[in-house]
Design a protein around this ligand. Structure first.
Ligand SMILES: Nc1ncnc2c1ncn2[C@@H]1O[C@H](COP(=O)(O)OP(=O)(O)OP(=O)(O)O)[C@@H](O)[C@H]1O
Ligand SMILES: [Mg+2]
Length: 399
């Protein structure tokens, strides 16, 4: 059975699916922030950059924050330095008065900037030099997600104050789960403000009193024992760090909550990107549900790398039967070998498309209101502005 009567197009989704109206989204002046989420490797960075380029070329003043873009793509957008500063992308068509600035997130630098902005120079210096801080700011799980939110906050403030951008599009860090973006900052905040850290940091504030309590609570710890386990220097570093941070922010958790809350602003929309595969769509479904719980408006799902089959009228079964016939009749003929291979490839593609369509339809059935945009798999990576333009076009087109 063929999936479609239109040559070259696979009907991945039922006819009643809401199509993601990309141009309406990116041209809506009330939408000022778009966040692209999704599990690892599905096309978040590509989608964010493609939407940003399309919006800019349609006349909006856009800033796109990318995270770890592939090298060639970064170069094509003029992103050669990891310096946290949005810079004008060359080569965009700005006939409509739009502009595109792009940056790559430098998480450590973002963290440093927060410290510098909030602390007296001497204290800031002490924090920046603190080994515990250095480890936390450059490698701790969740720091990248948290810093992406922090940076978004900064960009938003700059946009409001200077009017230099009217749309900010943010990519999110590579992570196994789309939910990590929403969860990591809270996790980081609770870790830093958590019981264990309080206990470790306690002697800096409470001296022996809290250490006594620990022993009293029967935990079997004393500061001396902790010193042995964690190392005296680390403990001192940590204590100093926590004490400084508490004075700066009144607790890390508090700051993380504020940062998180900006994602609930009414001018913010989410796009969830997924591959047409069970795992990615399951992740996307969790994410969609979570956004609903948190009152964070979802603009839609981008189904990326969808297999679109030319000559979809030729069924997999018919293609395999024809290939088998060729194999039987002409064993040593190279030209026929090529035809046979193509027929088998076609059958594979049809089967892939069929599987993709099944998982996509299952998602649609569970979340019928979610608007969906489709980007077919391209024959090569998206590594330049032309590729991004194409992706933007495809995404804006209903298929
Ligand atoms: N529709 C497509 N057709 C062909 N290649 C694509 C398509 N979409 C993305 N790619 C390529 O797939 C790779 C991964 O895409 P991208 O970097 O956008 O994913 P990501 O979700 O940002 O990944 P990560 O989670 O690692 O950040 C890139 O090389 C990109 O060029
Ligand atoms: Mg990425």
């Amino acid at each position: 059975m063929a999936l479609s009567s239109d040559p070259g197009v696979t009907h991945v989704l039922p006819a009643n699916t809401n199509h993601l109206e990309l141009d309406r989204l990116i041209m809506n002046p009330e939408v000022k922030v778009i966040v692209c989420c999704g599990s690892g490797g599905v096309g978040k960075t590509t989608t964010a950059a493609a939407m940003a380029l399309r919006a800019a070329e349609a006349g909006r003043k856009v800033c796109v924050m990318t995270i770890d873009p592939a090298k060639r793509l970064a170069q094509s957008m003029g992103l050669t330095e990891l310096d946290n500063t949005p810079r004008a992308v060359q080569g965009i068509g700005n006939l409509n008065g739009g502009s595109l600035d792009a940056m790559m997130l430098d998480m450590k630098r973002t963290f440093d900037e927060i410290v510098v902005a909030h602390a007296e120079p001497e204290r800031a210096q002490a924090i920046l030099e603190n080994p515990f801080y250095q480890a936390l700011s450059s490698s701790f799980a969740g720091t990248q997600e948290y810093m992406a939110m922090e940076k978004l906050g900064q960009l938003r403030t700059e946009a409001e104050q200077t009017g230099v951008w009217d749309l900010i599009i943010v990519d999110t860090p590579p992570s196994r789960s789309a939910l990590d973006f929403l969860d990591a900052p809270k996790r980081l905040g609770s870790f830093l403000d958590g019981r264990m850290m309080r206990l470790l940091a306690a002697p800096a504030k409470g001296g022996g009193r809290i250490a006594g309590k620990i022993v009293g609570a029967g935990l079997g710890f004393a500061t001396g024992a902790l010193n042995k386990i964690v190392g005296a220097q680390v403990l001192t570093d940590l204590q100093t760090f926590m004490a400084s941070f508490d004075t700066l922010f009144g607790g890390f958790r508090h700051r993380a909550e504020q940062t998180y809350a900006q994602l609930q602003a009414p001018d913010t929309r989410f796009i969830v990107v997924a591959a047409p595969e069970p795992d990615a769509l399951r992740e996307a479904a969790y994410f969609v549900e979570r956004l609903g719980d948190e009152d964070m408006p979802l603009a839609g799902l981008v189904l990326n790398r969808v297999t679109v089959v030319p000559l979809a009228d030729l069924t997999a079964e018919a293609a395999i039967a024809a290939a088998d016939r060729l194999a039987e009749s002409t064993e040593d003929d190279h030209e026929h070998q090529l035809t046979e291979d193509l027929l088998r490839l076609h059958a594979d593609n049809i089967n892939t498309a069929r599987r993709q369509s099944q998982v996509a339809k299952r998602f649609h059935a569970a979340h019928p209101l979610v608007a969906i945009g489709i980007v077919p798999t391209q024959s090569e990576d998206i590594h330049d502005l032309a590729g991004l333009r194409l992706v933007g076009n495809l995404l804006a087109t209903e298929i």
